[in-house]
Design a protein around this ligand. Structure first.
Ligand SMILES: Nc1ncnc2c1ncn2[C@@H]1O[C@H](COP(=O)(O)OP(=O)(O)OP(=O)(O)O)[C@@H](O)[C@H]1O
Ligand SMILES: [Mg+2]
Length: 261
């Protein structure tokens, strides 16, 4: 049974897409505690986005179950927000209108107007609020999507490589801001990333996935306090340890696959 402390609980989840013979995800078991930030890392194609979409209720696994606060996930909910790999914005709307969308849908925009302004300032779009989103760069559009995801104060935030299109300076400051916001507001966050430094900078726990089929093959707890000092020895030792662990597991699996081929 799911433990009371866990917010997201995944049990024996496997998934094979239609018309495929091999599973994309196999025997995934994961418990994500409330208010914690979990990072999923793994090579391209190992099933990270698929798993995230399943937590969001956008895809239903062919086997196993996902429960959030004890309820089986069967469809999307307003309590959790997913930010996709590519920002899905309405091209005919302004930056402010796009960022406010979740609040407009829930009928709370009038009371929370300031929140949208504050979040757009935080993500560095203060001077672009009245622009049409089509006038923005890809990275700026991604920041609009991030502001929109945070505006509704979701219980769970699911982020699929949220910072990959950003320049290094913006990326570092947003990594710090977003992990701070999530911890301050008690938001449970699951984030997919390719970036080992990003995982160590933001996550309470890092889950390592491998591919063919997508499986969980390791995990690492990160116990540093926030904001994290990226120049500290401890930070860099952990980063290297995670990289080495990832490589070791990955190579062992590729070797095993070659032997059975
Ligand atoms: N709708 C679909 N139908 C069939 N196969 C799919 C579908 N969606 C994804 N896949 C396959 O499932 C596997 C996992 O895809 P997924 O997008 O979850 O990978 P990922 O780990 O997020 O990769 P990346 O890091 O490149 O984003 C891939 O081999 C992909 O081709
Ligand atoms: Mg993906």
């Amino acid at each position: 049974m799911p433990s009371k402390a866990s917010n997201v609980w995944i049990a024996n989840l496997s998934h094979t897409f239609k018309k495929q013979t091999k599973p994309t995800l196999k025997d995934i078991n994961l418990s994500i505690p409330k208010g914690q930030l979990t990072a999923l890392i793994g090579r391209s194609g190992c099933g990270k986005s698929t798993l995230l979409q399943m937590i969001a209720g956008l895809l239903i696994p062919s086997d196993g179950a996902i429960r959030i606060n004890g309820h089986t996930v069967t469809k999307p909910s307003a309590k959790w927000n997913m930010m996709f790999q590519k920002p899905s914005l309405y091209p005919w709307m302004t930056v402010r209108e796009n960022a406010a969308l979740g609040l407009v849908f829930s009928g709370t925009y009038k009371d929370k107007k300031d929140k949208v302004e504050d979040l757009l300032d935080m993500v560095g779009l203060a001077e672009h609020k009245d622009k049409n989103v089509q006038q923005l760069s890809g990275g700026q559009q991604q920041r609009v999507a991030l502001a929109r995801s945070l505006a509704t104060e979701p219980e769970i935030l699911l982020l699929d490589e949220p910072f990959s299109a950003l320049d290094a300076f913006t990326r570092t400051s947003l990594q710090n801001e977003v992990s701070q916001i999530c911890h301050d507001q008690g938001i449970t966050m699951v984030m997919v990333t390719h970036d080992i430094e990003e995982a160590v900078a933001m996550a309470d726990k890092v889950i390592i996935m491998s591919q063919n089929p997508g499986e969980i093959v390791g995990e690492l707890s990160v116990d540093f306090s926030y904001p994290r000092d990226r120049s500290s020895d401890a930070f860099n030792i952990l980063k290297e340890q995670l990289f080495a662990e990832f490589e070791k597991i990955d190579q062992a699996k590729q070797k095993a696959l070659q032997e059975t081929a």
